[in-house]
Design a protein around this ligand. Structure first.
Ligand SMILES: Cc1ncc(COP(=O)(O)O)c(C=O)c1O
Length: 337
């Protein structure tokens, strides 16, 4: 959100863009919608290519004089694939606009993967046109939730993130981020977690996660009725052309697995973390998945409860406002005393 607001204000100050827009693939995190809604930026969502990565030509065509930045993910949350950041960044550079790499998931995995010899495409500041990045310390940085990192190429762009006030009776005021008072303890704990993990810790964790990710990906590919989407490393999405994938998800939930339901297209994903690398976990996941698919194949008729009908319905209701209201009602329920 900070980076998007920064691009908005940067373009307003340097190019007089008054109706800012950001071009992002459909798979870029929904936090970009939240930023767009919050900061009155138009978010142009561009369908991804058949491999679930950003469609570079379509992204290029979506750029207008109001475009302030392009977005790419390394990797994407839904399908775990790395967008062609080098190509997107080259376009951004040529057009004089920003290029944000969302490395929230990959920021603390991909650099280590590269060190381990994996063929990781350019996604970071080594790529000339990348002007900002985000990386979540609370994910594969192994710090507690509450910290994350936004990085800019250079202090000039970063300065558009700052809030300053010079005329308030309370004194001169400045604040680098959106939140006001923030706990220093969280930053200290984050730093401690990173130092304690150390390079060796990150390398070991990354090796285990990528090996487990590869085993899970191969295992899923070998299960009849399932297919893996794209070419993922450790966030593995799978779908089916023959069975209701949401019913498979339900069966997995009943077996104690907490997987994510995706839609457009209907799919399920697992994000492999260090916990899944413990001996026997991947094998158990694959055995349960195989059994769940078999149960869905033989079970007739479709059950009327659980997630499957909810996702099925949400996908088909043309009135998205209704689905939005449902989500708000759900939040209300969570806050019910
Ligand atoms: C790839 C990616 N980008 C962005 C975000 C959004 O982060 P936040 O929850 O801080 O808005 C997430 C969170 O899961 C993510 O996985």
């Amino acid at each position: 959100m900070l980076a998007m607001r920064t691009y908005r204000d940067w373009a307003r100050a340097t190019r007089r863009v008054t109706r800012p827009q950001i071009v992002a693939p459909t798979t870029a995190h929904v936090a970009f919608d939240k930023a767009a809604q919050s900061f009155r930026i138009k978010l142009v969502r561009v369908p991804v290519a058949a491999d679930y990565r950003a469609d570079v030509d379509a992204m290029r065509r979506a750029i207008t004089r109001n475009t302030v930045a392009l977005v790419g993910s390394a990797p994407t949350f839904p399908h775990g694939v790395i967008d062609p950041i080098e190509d997107l960044a080259a376009i951004a550079r040529q057009r004089g606009i920003g290029m944000h790499t969302d490395a929230c998931l990959g920021g603390f995995v991909l650099p280590w993967a590269r060190r381990l010899g994996y063929d990781v495409p350019g996604f970071d500041f080594q790529v000339p046109g990348v002007t900002s990045m985000s990386a979540d310390t609370h994910k594969f940085g192994y710090a507690a939730k509450g910290t994350s990192v936004v990085l800019y190429r250079g202090t000039r762009l970063r300065s558009f993130q700052y809030f300053t006030a010079t005329d308030w009776p309370g004194g001169l005021y400045f604040s680098p981020t959106l939140a006001g008072s923030r706990p220093g303890a969280l930053s200290a704990a984050c730093w401690a977690a990173m130092v304690a993990t150390g390079e060796d810790g990150y390398l070991l964790a990354t090796r285990r996660i990528l090996e487990t990710g590869a085993a899970i990906r191969q295992g899923i590919q070998a299960i009849p009725h399932l297919r893996v989407l794209g070419e993922p490393l450790w966030v593995v999405a799978f779908a089916s052309d023959t069975v209701d994938i949401y019913r498979v998800l339900e069966h997995m939930t009943r077996r104690g697995w907490s997987l994510n339901g995706l839609h457009r297209p209907p799919a399920v994903h697992i994000c492999v973390t260090l916990r899944h690398t413990q001996p026997g976990v991947a094998e158990r996941l694959l055995a349960d998945l195989r059994a769940s698919v078999e149960e869905v194949v033989v079970a007739q008729p479709a059950r009327k409860e659980g997630l499957a009908p909810v996702y099925g319905m949400a996908a088909t209701i043309p009135f998205r406002g209704m689905v939005r209201d449902l989500l708000k009602k759900y939040l209300d329920l969570l806050y019910r005393p």
